[in-house]
Design a protein around this ligand. Structure first.
Ligand SMILES: [Mn+2]
Length: 362
């Protein structure tokens, strides 16, 4: 489906199923590979198992022996951030870059034994569910007033009434906007890749930006509240109104500068995920071009380039080059050579930090 049509009709609005959207997808990620990732402490994973009305959730790392046998029905393993672990998941992600990186969360891959699933639930995410192996039956429906079943270790909708039912086969795609309840049950064992897009929550975003602006401004010190000429008080515990006005003005001042706010946002959006670490490499050269490391988050706005929670002011030709690097995630040798001395210095520094990889062939 054409991205423009999809954005107009479905994105954030209504579900879409496209049979065979990913027919012939190259997917070398095996069940054994997923089980191996579940054993690692730098990969986020969990196992969900149903025992009748009771649900059990265990978080990774989980050794192979700690996983239920493959032949046991009704369980599923979910592995987050597979795009950082395997180029096939990254290639899948590339197909969704008609959406801003700022909205992207990750690629989660789940394997389920027959009858496995995580129960009917809601996500605050837009999600593209790509069936990569086997069959999964999805029951979906809008949920206006979500009620959760009490006392369970995971969020399961109480009284979920699905509106439709779909069976996804390998290569099929199901898109769900936030607020749509869904319940996917494996028919035979199956594997599903979920490309998730998060929507920042307003108040969470505000709290985060205020904290960042606060940190930035604290370093500068600023003036002091003055109350010269104040009269003696008979209510010493009373908070002076002039101090309240001063406080309100101070907070307004904090958010008044759009540049600073944008910078805080860009730095926040590109903050590396937890458990991500970069391998520094002392020797660096731009002779083979550079590629952005999969775990690196790189974005830009009108005035800044952001990489892994840091920002640089950029303008002119260098800004153009850095933007190209952020969008395409690669610069070839000639592009590197055309950068200014300062920009080349920056690229070399990023290479040394492991934020970029040597070479323009990812
Ligand atoms: Mn879900």
């Amino acid at each position: 489906m054409d991205p423009a049509l999809f954005m107009r009709r479905h994105w954030q609005r209504r579900p879409l199923r496209v049979a065979g959207a990913f027919a012939g997808l190259d997917w070398p990620i095996t069940r054994a590979q997923l089980f191996a990732w579940a054993g690692r402490d730098d990969v986020e994973s969990r196992v969900v198992q149903r025992h009748g009305p009771r649900w059990e959730v265990r978080h990774g790392p989980l050794a192979r022996k700690a996983l239920p046998p493959v032949s046991r029905p009704g369980w599923t393993l979910l592995v987050q951030g597979v795009d950082l672990q395997h180029p096939a998941a990254r290639a899948l992600l590339e197909r969704f870059r008609f959406l801003p990186d700022a909205r992207l969360d990750d690629v989660m891959v789940s394997w389920a034994s027959d009858g496995g699933g995580v129960g009917p639930h809601l996500d605050s995410y837009d999600v593209f569910l790509v069936q990569v192996q086997g069959r999964r039956r999805w029951r979906i429906g809008p949920v206006a007033q979500p009620r959760l079943k009490p006392g369970l270790p995971l969020k399961i909708l109480d009284g979920f009434v699905p509106e439709e039912e779909q069976v996804c086969e390998p290569g099929d795609l199901l898109y769900l906007p936030p607020g749509w309840g869904h319940d996917g049950i494996a028919e035979g064992d199956c594997m599903t890749a979920s490309v998730g897009f998060r929507a920042p929550a307003r108040d969470e975003l505000a709290a985060e930006l205020l904290a960042r602006l606060g940190d930035a401004i604290e370093e500068r010190g600023g003036g002091l509240y003055e109350d010269a000429g104040a009269r003696p008080t008979t209510a010493p515990a009373w908070v002076p109104e002039s101090l309240q006005r001063y406080a309100a003005a101070a907070v307004r001042r904090l958010v008044a500068e759009p540049q600073a706010l944008n910078r805080a946002l860009g730095e926040y959006l590109t903050e590396p995920k937890p458990r991500v670490w970069f391998e520094s490499r002392p020797a660096a050269t731009l002779r083979r071009g550079v590629t952005v490391t999969p775990a690196s988050r790189m974005m830009y706005d009108m005035d800044h380039v952001y990489l892994n929670g840091e920002s640089w002011r950029a303008s002119g030709r260098d800004a153009e080059l850095m933007r190209r690097l952020a969008d395409r995630r690669v610069l070839d040798r000639a592009e590197c050579a055309s950068a200014s001395r300062a920009a080349r210095g920056l690229l070399l520094e990023w290479l040394r930090q492991g934020w970029l990889i040597d070479g323009s062939q990812p």
